[in-house]
Structure formats: structure tokens, C-alpha cells
Design a protein around this ligand. Sequence first.
Ligand code: OAD
Length: 277
Amino acid sequence: MSTHAHPRHPRGVTIPDELVRRLAGAKSMTVLTGAGVSAESGVPTFRDAQTGLWAQYRPEELATPRAFRRNPRLVWEWYAWRRKLVANAKPNPAHLALAELERLLPRFQLITQNVDGLHQRAGSQRVIELHGNIMRTRCYDEGTAVYRWEDTGDIPPKCPNCGGRLRPDVVWFEEALPETEMELATRASTTCDVFCSVGTSTVVHPAASLPFEALDSGATVVEINLQPTPFTARAHFALAGAAGLVLPELLASVRSRFRISLSELPAGQKPSQCRRS
Ligand code: OAD
């Protein structure tokens, strides 16, 4: 069965009953998020025409080890600009709905390609960061995390331990993803009952292969996005709309489903799925 809803107008998406039924009965849910989930917080995506970062900047000049070796100042300053933007941003209803779903469902795992930390700020606790975190810094030479350094006016600043250059603790193009995080993400995707991909263009691998792996492993797969992606045609449920509108609606539908199940049970008994509501 497959439900695809990609109307021209993204507002007013109805959550299919069958999806709500499957979610309410799911023992585990895994969600993969991308830049689209933070778009409504004012954090630009990468590939959206006009507004996406890669529509305005060249990734090979800003987001590769070679770019950093060639012009470390430019790269540091670009990330410093993005860090400031992220620090001033606030979690939006999509982040908040995901944090609430984590509290509601028995086993919930969030996997994000975002480096902005907005999921954690919204209250999500089980977050796998596949592409690092822009608020962290590490030594380019030693790879170790650096929390404090002396402000000598150098840009980028110098590592207090070896004098090497500091860099943001994010994954650049041509770099491998952190091994443990990737392993955990693969396991969470291939063992869940429901997998939901939100706000990602599904083109950057290996993260982009996770929805397909979830599908091949028998999960019910859902996509929430403003635009179709290479995964849309394969998703059991493709919901077209802004994450900040669709996810709260999804949460409300699951909640009301739980309330119905509760009212149908003999007094004092709770459905096993309903952890903390
Ligand atoms: P992209 O910019 O490639 O894709 C963003 C997706 O979000 C697009 O499919 C949009 O249609 C969708 N979108 C935009 N606004 C939305 C909204 N309000 N609600 C729902 N969907 C919305 O971002 P990612 O897929 O996250 O990697 O990009 C993956 C990786 O490519 C990033 O982590 C980054 C980038 O290069 C590195 O820097 C290593």
C-alpha cells in the first residue's frame, strides 16, 4: 500500500488513518532528519533553489579538507557566521513534535544530518549526529575535541595543545562519517517498525541510503518533505508539506489514537505502546 500526497499547496495535509494506526501500534520508530527540519527556524537548507547555501556558495571552497588547507581563514569565518546564525535560531514546531514523539513511543531514535543541535535544544535525548555539530571545535591535526583556547587574534585559532589550526567538528565532503554513529544509525534504521525521513533531499550518501535500508528491512517508511525526492516513490506514505505543520499534526493524531485506545480499555489498564503521555 502506498499513499502519496504531493499537492501544489503544502498546507492542510491529512494524516492517513492507516499511518496513525501503524504508528500507534509500533514498538519502535526511527526518524532521519535533514536541513528542511530547521528551515522554519531560519537556518538555510543546502539545496533549495535561491535560498539553499549551495545555491550561493561553492561547497568545494568551504566544506572540504582541501578548502581548509587552501584558505583556513575563509572556511573558519564561514562556519563562524553559520554558528552565530544557529545560536540565534530557536527550535520550531517540527523539532518540538519529534521530542514529544520520543516521549510518547516505546523505542524512538532520531538520526540527524543537521549540525545545528536544535533537536537537543527542543528536548530530544536520543539523537545520533551523523555530520557532527557546528558548536563543537577540534584540532585539524590531532582530531581531538578542543573546548577552550586563547584568543591570540589568529583565524582560525590555534590548538592549545599542539599549535595546529582549529576547525569546526563537522563532517566535510571527502571525509568519512563517524563510524560508531553510522553503525548505530544503520542498526536503528534496519530494526525499526516505522521509519520516517523528514526534510532531507536524500542525495548525500551514506545518510541517504538509510530510508532504503529501512524499507528493505520491512519497516513502514514515511517521508515528509515540501518537494519529491529520490525516495518519494518508494515511501509507503509520502506527506507533502512543511515539517513544522505535518509533524505536529502527526503527533496530535497519534495522541488522539492513544486516547481512544485508553478509553476502550478496562479502567486502570494502559496500552503497552503508551509510555508517557
Ligand atoms: P538539502 O538542502 O539537500 O535538502 C533539504 C530538503 O528539505 C529538501 O528536500 C527540501 O525540499 C526540504 N525542505 C525544505 N524546507 C522544508 C520544510 N519546511 N519542511 C519539510 N521539508 C523541507 O539538505 P540535506 O538533505 O539535509 O552535508 O543535505 C544533506 C547534507 O548535504 C547536509 O548534511 C550537508 C549537505 O551538504 C555536509 O555538509 C556534509
